[in-house]
Design a protein. Structure first.
Length: 237
């Protein structure tokens, strides 16, 4: 998915309590937490690997979100596409956003919950692109996952009564940019954003969080199945 610039410089969140204001900064440690570090490494590594082995077009056509290929059974593309990018600037914007959003969210949620939100949002973005895009679409990028982290941060921030107004503004601006530029896969952005918000809404609720995440996963599978049947029936299969 060719993404709108989603890198940003977010103002420090301020805790709204009667006590003195507590400032929370993104990437507040020189040592990145494990999941964020590995996601950065895998995504950057995939880009470098692609540049040395066939180039961007080769990687996108073989591992990107291509509806015809997914309908033919290559469902893993719904995940692998999230680790590919259409250019250095595209990669830089998404990795910058992950670098600033990931550490704080991973610290709050823990490794497993943070990873689950990132991966579900990544897949959710690609599922939305698969469901609503033309059959000849070739889409790559981590933007769906990044939008999911943004909405997850907003949901969790509001629950903690933090000021996330600037992040909401940033999210809205990027959504608008997605509609204004025909080369941007806005479907993936919105899909990732919706999944990220839903997944974050289940966090902190021990009785429902596992069922909620499983339910999101099952729903995505249903959408993939429906789109798959739609494409196959259009070819009389």
């Amino acid at each position: 998915m060719v993404s709108a610039p989603v890198g940003f410089q977010c103002a420090q969140c301020v805790q709204k309590t009667p006590a003195p204001k507590v400032k929370v900064s993104f990437a507040n440690s020189n040592k990145l937490p494990m999941v964020t570090k590995y996601l950065l490494g895998l995504t950057i590594g995939a880009y470098l690997y692609g540049m040395l082995n066939g180039g961007i077009l080769y990687m996108a056509s073989n591992f990107g979100m291509v509806p015809i290929a997914i309908a033919d059974g290559q469902w893993w593309r719904l995940l692998t596409a999230a680790f590919l990018h259409g250019g250095l600037l595209h990669l830089a914007f998404n990795m910058y956003a992950l670098y600033w959003l990931g550490p704080q969210l991973e610290e709050i949620l823990g490794r497993v919950k943070f990873a689950s939100i990132y991966l579900l949002a990544a897949i959710g973005g690609n599922v939305a692109s698969y469901y609503f895009s033309q059959l000849n679409t070739v889409s790559v990028g981590a933007s769906g996952a990044i939008f999911g982290l943004m909405t997850a941060t907003i949901v969790i921030g509001r629950e903690r009564r933090a000021d996330v107004s600037q992040l909401i503004t940033l999210l809205a601006l990027n959504v608008v940019l997605g509609f204004m530029n025909s080369g941007i896969d806005w479907r993936a952005h919105l899909g990732g954003a919706v999944v990220g918000a839903l997944a974050a809404n289940f966090q902190g609720k021990p009785k429902t969080q596992t069922l909620g995440l499983v339910g999101i996963g099952i729903s995505l599978l249903v959408f993939v199945f429906l789109r798959n049947q739609q494409i196959l029936s259009s070819f009389g299969l």
